[in-house]
Design a protein around this ligand. Structure first.
Ligand code: HEM
Length: 190
C-alpha cells in the first residue's frame, strides 16, 4: 500500500487509468458511426464484461485518487509556506479537477441513460438532454485537451524535443473526439 500513499505512485495510477479510458473512448467513436448500437458489443460475448470491469475499476481509482490529490494539493497551497503561482499555464490544465468531476457526472448519466436505460429521455427527442450531452462532451474533451499530453509527461516519456509534438497531438485528438461525438448529437436531433 506504500505505492498508493506515495504521490508519484498515485500520479501513475491516475495517468494509467485515465489513458485506459482514453483508449476506450477512441474505439467508442468509430463504433458509434459504423454501428449505432455498437456499445452493446453483441458479438464479443463475455469479453465485454472484462472490458466493463476494467473500465469501472479505472473510473473509480482515477476519480478517487484525482480528488484525493487535488484536496492534498489544495491543503498544501493554503499552508503557511504556500507558493500560489501556478506552473500550469493553460485553462485546461488549471481546471482539470472541475472538468474531471463534470466528466464523471456526465459518464454516470450516460451509463444510466444508454447502458442501464433507467433514464428514459433520449438526446434525439429532448433538447435539455441534448444540451446536457454537449456540456458533458465539452468537459470530457477539455479534460483530455490537457490530459493526453500530460500522461506522457507523468510516465517520463516526454523530452524537450518531443514536447511540442506530443502536446499538439494530445490537443488534436481531444478536438477530434469532441467534433466526432458532437456531430452524433447534432445529426441525430429530430
Ligand atoms: C470523476 C471523474 C474524473 C476526475 C475527478 C478526474 C480528475 C483528474 C485529475 C485531478 C487529474 C490530474 C490532473 C493533473 O495532474 O494536472 C486527471 C488527469 C487525467 N485524467 Fe481525469 N478525472 C476524471 C475523469 C476522467 C476521464 C473520464 C478520463 C478519460 C476519458 C480522464 C482522463 C485523464 C487523463 C488522460 C489524465 C492525465 C493523467 C496525467 O496527468 O498523467 N479523466 N484527472
Amino acid at each position: 500500500m506504500g505505492f498508493i500513499k506515495n504521490t508519484v505512485g498515485r500520479k501513475v495510477v491516475i495517468a494509467v487509468t485515465g489513458q485506459l479510458m482514453v483508449v476506450f473512448i477512441i474505439f467508442h467513436l468509430p463504433g458509434n458511426y459504423f454501428n449505432p448500437w455498437a456499445m452493446t458489443f453483441p458479438a464479443i460475448g463475455s469479453f465485454i464484461w472484462i472490458v466493463r470491469l476494467a473500465l469501472l475499476l479505472s473510473f473509480v481509482l482515477h476519480a478517487f485518487f484525482g480528488i484525493q490529490s487535488e484536496l492534498e494539493n489544495h491543503k498544501a497551497r493554503s499552508g503557511p509556506y504556500a507558493v500560489t503561482k501556478s506552473l500550469s499555464t493553460t485553462f485546461a490544465a488549471k481546471t482539470m479537477i472541475w472538468s474531471g468531476i463534470l466528466s464523471g457526472v456526465f459518464i454516470i448519466f450516460h451509463l444510466l441513460n444508454i447502458t442501464v436505460s433507467v433514464i428514459d429521455e433520449s438526446f434525439q427527442d429532448n433538447y435539455a438532454v441534448a444540451i446536457g450531452y454537449a456540456i458533458g462532451l465539452s468537459a470530457v474533451c477539455l479534460h483530455l485537451y490537457h490530459g493526453i499530453a500530460s500522461f506522457f509527461q507523468t510516465m517520463g516519456w516526454n523530452s524537450e524535443k518531443s514536447l511540442p509534438a506530443v502536446t499538439s497531438i494530445g490537443k488534436g485528438m481531444a478536438l477530434l473526439l469532441f467534433g466526432g461525438f458532437i456531430c452524433i448529437v447534432i445529426l441525430n436531433r429530430g
